[in-house]
Design a protein around this ligand. Structure first.
Ligand SMILES: [Zn+2]
Length: 574
């Protein structure tokens, strides 16, 4: 935390906001630093060169416009159609040349889902992306959508009141509201390693640069020596692990891509989040620090793993060397070294920490009951909670109430203490992801809101562009296994508009998909593909859909309705 104190001292000098005696108590140092970081994302369109503009602060990500002779290229297109329109409007004030090409630096929603807002349906548009982007986009819509939506909303604080929310570390806010819409264009020109093209007279080099995602590409303008690194570099410690949940991100690959970027010797760098940087020396230095900030954490984590340390033991030991700790580009406003270390452990060795107690641990509820009993009962634990709260031991309050509320979920003093501790931890927290998570959990506990598991509405065009296999993948993982133990049934779906068919078999708790209409199908329905997709995307009333959208070649409506009822993602929790 030394670097924060130094940073704050500098800020105070710069703004003359030193605290006078007798003034009301200021917010904690960490919270002040986080608020100050928000200035990075003040809403504006920055002119980078004669031909390049970057829109910052209109949503979480940046969108970049490169102007050519008879058209423009847009690099990244915001997270929703609404955010996309706000930016597109501002870009049109600069030039009315048509958009000839889009570049997606990677598949994250904040770079692609406002795409259609930028284009004119009458002008052909090339859409550049890495080969693997489409598959990644489709994945967003399939298996993990409910949980990732919920976790993202905790992390970005979407449910919080405006005054509770700070910036989100790499942008001012995430523009996803209950009525937000998303719509993108599918890539037309993809590549695996490098692609050199000319659009509207602008020479572009696109290079695969895996890092924050495997499908990440960088944009290099060789004539102007401008580098657009996507999300492989921004003004915050890299999100090697994001607490909303992600599969393993290999830090070595990310570091390699930073070396490649550094070796371009760019004069200007325009990132996917935060403000541009000018000057080859500055850029080289910051890219090297960023690379080192990643490699230090990776190498030291592996070293500690080899020495036998577990995730809980090694994560708090990780401290960056002072010159990296002080780098303005490595402050923990988005990722954190200690979360990265835990991810590295998991990615390399999986969940088992080597302690045999953890091979078949006592279930949480039973363990809580046993512990509370040993500690002298509920009221003893509740007293300890109060004491910890008074002593300002907020993390300990969380850990004690974890046990207490397992045993007595409605314990009002316990709940109240937990809410207070969460608020206090949020106030001390510099990382907005953690801060918003504390506050969101407090809000849920207080009954202020419930966090939904679906929020944005994909446009019909978008649903149509997602392949059928994605929807069937979604069905496979929402099948209520236990409810289907006694079911052995085959349902053939014939898609009337596509001349395609699939047969889905549910075999005693497990499903299997095959192409075509199986002769052994028990039920055979005919349906338009969009109607089928709308039902699965929960954008069509099931009763209405069953009555209107499905024709039966074989089997009946009631049997089919029963079959569909087996696909229920909700689980009754005790
Ligand atoms: Zn991003």
């Amino acid at each position: 935390m030394k670097q924060l104190a130094a940073l704050l001292a500098l800020l105070m000098l710069a703004t003359g906001c030193e605290q006078e005696p007798g003034e009301p108590e200021k917010e904690p140092v960490t919270a002040q630093a986080l608020h100050a970081h928000g200035e990075e994302f003040e809403e504006q369109v920055i002119q980078v060169t004669d031909d390049i503009h970057v829109a910052i602060g209109f949503g979480i990500a940046n969108s970049i416009m490169i102007e050519g002779d008879d058209g423009v290229i847009i690099v990244d297109t915001m997270e929703t159609m609404e955010a996309g329109r706000r930016v597109a409007e501002r870009f049109r004030e600069i030039t009315d040349k048509p958009v000839r090409a889009l570049v997606y630096t990677h598949s994250h929603p904040d770079h692609i889902f406002g795409a259609r807002a930028f284009v004119d349906d009458d002008v052909p548009v090339q859409v550049f992306a890495h080969d693997s982007l489409e598959e990644e986009v489709d994945r967003i819509f399939s298996a993990l959508r409910p949980i990732i939506t919920q976790r993202s909303m905790h992390m970005y604080g979407n449910m919080l009141r405006d005054e509770q929310r700070t910036n989100v570390g790499i942008g001012p806010f995430v523009d996803t509201q209950p009525d937000s819409t998303i719509d993108m264009l599918r890539p037309t020109d993809t590549f695996s390693d490098t692609l050199e093209v000319e659009v509207a007279g602008v020479r572009l080099v696109l290079r695969h640069a895996p890092g924050e995602t495997d499908d990440q590409v960088l944009v290099w303008l060789p004539d102007e020596e401008v580098l657009m690194p996507g999300d492989n570099f921004y003004r915050a410690y890299p999100n090697l692990y994001t607490i909303r949940g992600t599969s393993y991100r290999d830090p070595r690959t990310w570091a390699d891509s930073l070396e490649m970027m550094r070796d371009l010797d760019a004069e200007i760098l325009v990132p996917g989040h935060s403000r541009p940087i000018h000057g080859a020396d500055e850029i080289r230095r910051h890219l090297t620090d960023y690379r080192d900030g990643i490699r230090y954490v990776y190498d030291q984590t592996i070293r500690m793993m080899n020495a036998g340390l577990t995730p809980d033991e090694l994560a708090p030991r990780l401290e960056l060397p002072p010159h990296l700790e002080e780098s303005p580009f490595l402050q923990p406003f988005y990722g954190k070294p200690e979360w990265s270390a835990r991810m590295i452990y998991q990615g390399q060795l999986g969940w088992f920490d080597g302690n045999p107690s953890n091979l078949h641990p006592t279930p949480p509820k039973e363990k809580a009951h046993r512990k509370v009993e040993l500690m002298g009962g509920e009221s003893e634990v509740a007293d300890a909670v109060t004491e910890a709260l008074e002593a300002g031991e907020h993390q300990w309050v969380l850990e004690l109430t974890d046990i207490l509320l397992q045993v007595a979920p409605e314990h009002s003093a316990g709940r109240e203490a937990r809410i207070q501790a969460l608020h206090a931890l949020a106030e001390e927290e510099i990382n907005p992801n953690a801060r918003h998570w504390y506050l969101s959990h407090a809000g849920e506990l207080a009954g202020d809101f419930e966090v939904p598991n679906q929020i944005v509405e994909p446009d019909d065009r978008m649903l149509e562009s997602i392949p059928l296999s994605t929807y069937f993948d979604g069905m496979a993982v929402s099948l209520d296994g236990e409810a289907a133990w006694d079911t052995h049934q085959r349902v053939a779906f014939e898609f009337t508009d596509l001349d395609e068919a699939r047969t889905l078999t549910v075999r005693h708790g497990v499903s299997e998909l095959e192409d075509g209409v199986s002769d052994e199908a028990d039920i055979h329905v005919r349906v338009e593909s969009l109607r089928f997709k709308q039902l699965l995307a929960e954008e069509r009333n099931p009763a209405l859909a069953l009555a209107r959208d499905y024709e039966f070649e074989k089997g009946g409506r009631i049997a089919f309705a029963r079959f569909l009822q087996l696909f229920d993602p909700d689980i009754e929790l005790e």
